[in-house]
Ligand binder design. Structure first.
Ligand code: 9D3
Length: 222
């Protein structure tokens, strides 16, 4: 998969995507990532990307020209253009699975300034938020989406993790897990897990998962 990211803060992307599974996906060719500075698509001396809202009011807006030029230059036959903004639909694992099927994603990061509405209307195929909290810009959301989608690409996870992923459907939280030692600083591992009784263990785990979900994420039970 190819992912292009259009951002005012390209330096933010150095680091998080250069480690671990994502870096391996990049060196092995599963992910071809390019981070592009929106200011590269301005033509004036000051590299202006924003302007004041018609009708007045506080703040500035990302102006259409640099973003239209960037998208027209970067988009190909099968590109999914995605705007990142707090007003988008909320990103989740189902959306990640759908994005992982695409050939080419073009992520456009918002900034505190918001977009001229014509960008939304005429360029974007989709608009995503990563949750109900206010960030300073869309760079972290872009990295969250890139990370989530990349681990779903063919060959990126090992077979073990991949089959766990396929059966996962965010229906319940996980039950508690323990490893050795069986007693650590007086804290004991639940007896049932050492019993060797696999039916009892399965029953205990199912109960724990249900309890934990009811306590922490009742929304998942409805
Ligand atoms: C004053 C109204 N604000 C909307 C809540 C304006 C505004 C705040 C912060 C506009 C953009 C931003 C920067 N955030 C993003 O671009 C963003 C974001 C987020 O803040 N939270 C969750 N997901 C996302 S995706 C992009």
């Amino acid at each position: 998969m190819k992912i292009d990211v259009l951002t005012l803060f390209p330096a933010m992307f150095a680091g998080p995507l250069d480690e671990s599974i994502i870096q391996r996906a990049r060196t092995e060719g599963a992910l071809e990532l390019k981070v592009i500075n929106l200011r590269d698509y301005t033509h004036d001396r000051h590299k202006t990307v924003d302007d004041r809202p018609f009708g007045g009011g506080p703040g500035m807006l990302l102006k259409p020209e640099p973003i239209f030029e960037a998208v027209e230059s970067l988009r190909r036959e099968k590109t999914r253009v995605i705007l990142l903004s707090p007003a988008g639909r909320k990103f989740n694992q189902a959306i990640a699975r759908e994005l992982a099927q695409q050939e080419h994603l073009l992520l456009i990061c918002g900034s505190y300034e918001g977009f001229d509405e014509r960008i939304r209307e005429h360029l974007a195929d989709d608009e995503l938020s990563i949750g109900d909290y206010v960030l300073t810009n869309g760079a972290l959301p872009a990295m969250v989406i890139i990370d989530t989608v990349t681990r779903l690409l063919p060959g990126v996870l090992g077979d073990d993790e991949s089959s766990r992923e396929e059966s996962f459907s965010q229906e319940l939280l996980e039950y508690p897990h323990y490893t050795r030692p069986s007693e650590f600083r007086g804290m004991k591992v639940p007896e049932v897990l050492m019993s060797g009784n696999h039916a009892e263990i399965a029953k205990w785990r199912a109960e724990q998962a249900k309890l934990r979900t009811k306590e922490r994420r009742p929304d998942l039970l409805k």
